[in-house]
Design a protein around this ligand. Structure first.
Ligand SMILES: Nc1ncnc2c1ncn2[C@@H]1O[C@H](COP(=O)(O)OP(=O)(O)O)[C@@H](O)[C@H]1O
Ligand SMILES: O=C(O)C1=C[C@@H](OP(=O)(O)O)[C@@H](O)[C@H](O)C1
Length: 302
């Protein structure tokens, strides 16, 4: 049911970026023309950063017809509709508290940032961006692997920071960041303009997912010897040790082991992207309502 729910919920649309810098130049600035186009979808709010308890509106219209189209079996159909409804209702709870703030998904390669991010953007009515894709478009190449090969990791990181900086002035976006975006403190300054959410996935599950699609598109994993699972697992273990603390900077942590335990089976591979998106919304709501409560109690106390 999940693939269908995810497919039907995703409406990712990227708008091409003009090449704004030479291949051998320094960082590449995302051109203004790009943001002018996006402004149609990504509304700017001048004063949206105040944490206060919002006025709740009634339930918005539920848009589930697209989910039904993709499913065939009757069990799948019901699971999918139920899952989509629960997710949509939760998004309506969270939206007033988000107040236009962007969501930045962080996590290791293969943690599901793009998959879950597209679902979140759809239910929230936000636009979706994959920062890797924005870097590729800004540099004028078709893959991150090409940037690593023809330039360097440092060149990629500079461009990644520039993209995050440009995104940080926007609103109503869900951004799937690259797995290494967390290592530069300045990127946190940009990402923390919005809500940051860490998708915390066990290494075995990450390596299984990556092995299923191959390591070619992920240059940091591709250099290791061995079969795709071993290559991925070995390098991810090292990266996770180096980055573990950095991911923990996020406002919210979505731990797949915890979700699986809550569901009573303990099997993270049985979790669907919709389960994970729902948990992300629950965690975001928790963080934002805590902030709103603190702000309101300060206001009452004068
Ligand atoms: N919950 C999930 N269960 C199984 N596979 C998943 C799940 N979420 C994502 N995947 C798969 O894992 C791979 C990596 O997901 P992706 O969203 O691209 O991760 P990221 O953007 O964090 O690198 C993709 O092939 C995707 O289909
Ligand atoms: O973890 C990392 O350092 C990287 C993760 C990749 O993004 P995904 O997390 O989307 O695979 C991409 O940015 C690049 O290959 C480096």
């Amino acid at each position: 049911m999940e693939a269908a729910a995810a497919m039907s919920l995703q409406t990712c649309s990227f708008i091409g970026l003009d090449k704004a810098g030479g291949r051998n130049g320094g960082s590449v600035k995302v051109p203004n023309r790009f943001w002018e186009k996006r402004r149609v979808q990504a509304v700017r709010f001048e004063d949206s950063w105040k944490f206060s308890a919002p006025v709740r509106s009634g339930h918005a219209e539920l848009k589930i017809s697209c989910c039904c189209k993709k499913n065939t079996g009757s069990d799948n159909f019901h699971n999918s509709v139920d899952g989509a409804l629960v997710l949509k209702r939760k998004s309506e709870d969270v939206l007033p508290y988000l107040n236009g703030r962007c969501i930045y998904l962080v996590g290791m390669m293969g943690s599901g940032k793009s998959t879950v991010g597209k679902i979140l953007s759809e239910v929230l009515g936000y636009s979706f961006f994959d920062s890797d894709k924005l870097v590729e478009q800004a540099v004028g190449v078709t893959s991150v692997a090409q940037i690593f090969k023809e330039h360097s990791e440092a060149f990629f990181r500079d461009n990644e920071s520039q993209v995050l900086k440009d995104l940080s002035s926007m609103h109503r976006l869900v951004v799937a960041t690259g797995g290494g975006a967390v290592i530069r403190p300045v990127n946190w300054k940009y990402m923390k303009q919005g809500m940051t959410v860490w998708l915390d996935v066990p290494l075995e599950a990450l390596a299984r997912r990556i092995a299923a699609v191959g390591t070619a598109s992920r240059p940091l994993l591709h250099q290791e010897p061995g079969d795709p699972y071993t290559k991925a697992f070995v390098k991810l273990t090292t990266l996770s040790e180096q980055r573990g603390k950095a991911y923990a900077n996020a406002h919210a942590r979505v731990c797949l082991e915890d979700i699986a335990a809550k569901q009573g089976h303990g099997d993270v591979s049985a979790l669907t992207p919709t389960d994970i998106a729902l948990e992300a919304l629950i965690k975001i709501e928790y963080v934002l309502t805590e902030d709103a409560a603190v702000t309101n109690s300060r206001y009452i106390q004068g």
